[in-house]
Design a protein around this ligand. Structure first.
Ligand SMILES: [Zn+2]
Length: 494
């Protein structure tokens, strides 16, 4: 950055911002926007908007540039919210000078509007990190990586986003994907840095949920033997889909997006959020610095992209019934084929099977040990309560299962397990018998919730819990009380 006058940087960035905005202004009108954008990401040999940046700006991230990033982000957010004209936005870029002003601008427009925020411009700081150290992963975590006992909350509590990225690198290594598909390790690491930075700080749909789903997929592939039924390209697509499947999730579901007429809902007619997550995955891959699949041949690349699209869109719960029905039809063909020495799978059957794996991984909180499952349940509930508050504030129709005056958590969890999770896992069991370990855990959790139907886990308790689960909070409180009582006794003895 030495020798480059800040004014020149400001002008260059403003210029790029204007280019991006005029591009988006013309494109946003199209009903097929998502298809167009994805096509661009797919077919321009993975060259994305970042190429518009002058090189010298992309490689140096000084405090000045970081400030501009923020300014541009805020300015862009304002354009989404208020449809300001470009001249007015340029005004904003100039006036937003201090950190306070930036924060004010961001909070004023509401974080759920910060979507599709100029990926090309915002990403370069994230992809700079070239160093990673796989030896820094604790041995115990490596040992538990293929197991349901793996405890992710250690990372969540420490806000350690790096170790999950390194563990994902390890999964790729253990599954021999680097060699068999000639993947670029450094680019994969940058891709993971980039995509993890796209996850927001929301109670449930955050980077740790994405990692949890990825680790469950690793459990299916290794402990449940799914890797022996699939080719490397398919294993790769399954892992990448789980990594990206909730990128930039605002913590407000599809029905909220539609009810509130958000920008996202006008862009994507169906599977609003899932299309948005997919778009983030495509953008990340379209960045040349992060395109770790550049050595795949064009046919493989196309296949990979089709898988990625199908798998991420399959996580839309409104498609649950269709996927379950397809899986029920496909499972006999698939298991028959897999009993042969050289199985030949019909491609639709194979895609259904893999979509089902992704969905099961996404719905895997209740296959964990009870203590972990309860904690995820409280995080889901916190996100629901947040949406409920938003719906109330905006006078939107209230989503019934998020209404604190009506919800009984144990009952919701039981419905979730019985109606959504168990039927799906049962269809997989025919093909992957080892998945029965997971189903046993799920049934155990079902018993737990059943015994708690009239118990004290009220919604209010969840509401008051912040980062820890209410159950653990209660324990902490009990311990604290015991300690203070003990101290009190000691004092009175003196
Ligand atoms: Zn998810």
């Amino acid at each position: 950055m030495d020798g480059v006058h800040p004014k020149i940087i400001e002008d260059a960035l403003k210029n790029e911002l204007n280019k991006e905005i005029s591009f988006l202004n013309t494109e946003l009108n199209s009903l097929e926007l998502e298809i167009e954008l994805i096509k661009k990401a797919f077919h321009q040999d993975f060259v994305g908007p970042r190429d518009l940046l002058p090189n010298e700006l992309a490689i140096v991230a000084t405090a000045e540039v970081k400030l501009f990033e923020k300014m541009i982000e805020s300015a862009f957010v304002l354009t989404i919210k208020t449809d300001l004209k470009i001249s007015e936005i340029s005004g904003n870029v100039q006036t937003i000078r201090t950190k306070d002003a930036i924060e004010k601008a961001t909070t004023a427009v509401g974080s759920e509007e910060i979507a599709l925020a100029l990926p090309g411009l915002l990403f370069y700081r994230d992809i700079l990190a070239p160093m990673y150290n796989l030896n820094s992963i604790p041995q115990a975590d490596l040992d538990f990586l293929p197991s349901l006992k793996f405890n992710i909350f250690r990372y969540l509590e420490a806000e350690d986003v790096e170790c999950p990225r390194l563990l994902i690198m390890t999964m790729f290594h253990n599954l021999k994907l680097f060699d068999s598909l000639r993947l670029d390790q450094l680019r994969l690491y940058r891709f993971l840095s980039l995509i993890s930075s796209r996850y927001r700080n929301v109670p449930f749909h955050n980077w740790f949920h994405a990692f949890n789903v990825t680790q469950t997929m690793y459990f299916f592939l290794t402990t449940c033997n799914a890797q022996h039924l699939l080719r490397p390209l398919e294993i790769l697509a399954l892992l990448v889909a789980t990594i990206c499947h909730d990128a930039d999730h605002p913590g407000l579901n599809n029905s909220f997006q539609t009810k509130a007429y958000t920008k996202l809902a006008t862009m994507h007619k169906k599977s609003v959020l899932e299309n948005h997550h997919l778009l983030h995955a495509c953008y990340a891959l379209s960045n040349p610095e992060c395109n770790f699949i550049q050595h795949l041949d064009p046919l493989e690349k196309d296949k990979f992209m089709r898988y990625l699209r199908d798998f991420i869109l399959a996580t839309d719960l409104s498609l649950h019934g269709i996927i379950l029905r397809n899986m029920k039809e496909s499972k006999k063909n698939i298991s028959k084929q897999y009993q042969k020495a050289n199985p030949v799978l019909d491609s639709e059957d194979l895609i259904t099977f893999m979509c089902c794996l992704v969905k099961c991984a996404d719905l895997s909180n209740e296959i964990r040990p009870n203590k972990i499952a309860k904690r995820w349940a409280s995080m889901v509930m916190q996100e629901f309560l947040r949406q409920n508050q938003k719906e109330t504030d905006m006078c939107l129709p209230i989503t019934p299962f998020m209404d604190p005056s009506k919800v009984i958590i144990a009952k919701e969890e039981m419905n979730f397990i019985t109606n959504l999770c168990l039927p799906l896992y049962k269809t997989l069991e025919v093909i992957l018998p080892a998945i029965s370990i997971a189903m046993k855990k799920m049934n155990k959790n079902l018993d737990h919730w059943n015994s708690r139907l009239n118990h004290f886990y009220s919604v209010e308790q969840v509401q008051t819990a912040s980062d820890q689960s209410i159950w653990e909070r209660k324990q902490v409180k009990d311990t604290k009380q015991k300690v203070s009582e003990a101290i009190g006794r000691q004092v009175s003895h003196k």
